[in-house]
Write a protein that binds this ligand. Structure first.
Ligand SMILES: Cc1cc2nc3c(=O)[nH]c(=O)nc-3n(C[C@H](O)[C@H](O)[C@H](O)COP(=O)(O)OP(=O)(O)OC[C@H]3O[C@@H](n4cnc5c(N)ncnc54)[C@H](O)[C@@H]3O)c2cc1C
Length: 252
């Protein structure tokens, strides 16, 4: 915390930006308020869109992603934390100069140190890096049936992710959860299987390039978002897809 605060503060003083952008991550949310406070900057957190024309406008979500609000910042300079995964990664740096910055850290002001890291279960996979995600929801009914979507993910060389109830049930580890209280993902293809498309889930995957939904309910909100929809029983569709892509459906 103290090291980041000092480093970002020093960088801010050197660059003197109109807008100081920081990640809305666990770490970012630790040091951003301290930096903003020490430099008397208004702080807007969890931005999903930012515009700077006359002044600075920052879009945020409220009420569990049901409402978007635009904050017009009434100040010349401001600090903003940006929600990770909200934009696809930039290709290259264009004509922006990227350079190293050496900050002088006052060691005597460092009051906290990291003594170690504890892995949350299944820390081997980062779903936010995946190009193709096969994502499973409560429509899968039972833990034993997860093997079916796992087989589809294997066949497609994709990564397995899920909605929150699957994680809450302990059927997949927390790092597989997509959504507001999970991870934000922006894969090329997102296949939502037995997922209704609740706002908290959509908050994590609406940036996917192509969305395919498999759901028996034609009125499921996921279809408002999907590019392709298969309104049918996943227990029929998923084995057929596995076979179509050259795999072998498991017996479940
Ligand atoms: C503060 C807060 C934070 C939250 N954060 C998250 C989050 O990060 N991620 C998240 O996912 N949720 C989150 N939630 C929960 C969210 O509100 C929903 O409850 C959850 O996303 C629903 O998961 P689901 O779509 O798997 O289940 P359901 O909503 O139960 O949907 C299951 C779907 O499967 C379909 N189905 C059933 N059987 C079949 C079949 N045989 N074949 C095909 N389709 C079938 C049904 O038609 C249904 O649409 C959060 C909630 C709150 C309050």
């Amino acid at each position: 915390h103290d090291v980041y605060v000092q480093a970002v503060e020093a960088l801010y003083d050197e660059v003197e930006p109109d807008t100081l952008l920081m990640p809305n991550s666990v770490n970012g949310l630790d040091y951003a308020p301290a930096v903003a406070n020490r430099r008397s900057l208004p702080l807007v957190t969890d931005a999903i869109d930012i515009k700077r024309d006359e002044g600075l406008s920052v879009t945020r979500e409220k009420y569990g992603s049901k409402v978007e609000t635009v904050v017009e910042v009434d100040a010349d300079r401001a600090a903003v934390t940006v929600r990770p995964g909200e934009w696809p990664p930039a290709e290259g740096t264009d004509d922006t100069e990227v350079r190293a910055f050496d900050a002088d850290i006052d060691e005597s002001a460092v009051r906290s140190t990291v003594t170690g890291f504890q892995e949350v279960g299944g820390g081997d996979v980062d779903i936010s890096e995946a190009e193709v995600l096969v994502s499973v929801g409560r429509g899968i009914e039972e833990e034993e049936n997860i093997a079916l979507v796992e087989a589809l993910a294997d066949t497609l060389d994709a990564t397995l992710s899920s909605s929150r109830p699957i994680v809450d049930n302990g059927w997949l580890p927390k790092n597989r959860q997509v959504g507001q209280s999970g991870k934000q993902v922006t894969p090329e293809v997102y296949i939502a299987i037995g997922i209704s498309g609740a706002v908290q889930h959509v908050a994590g995957m609406k940036g996917a390039e192509t969305i395919v939904a498999i759901n028996t309910d034609p009125n499921a909100p996921i279809y408002d978002l999907a590019d392709y929809g298969i309104v049918d029983d996943l227990f029929e569709v998923v084995p057929a897809l596995i076979e179509a892509f050259g795999g072998e459906p498991p017996d479940i």
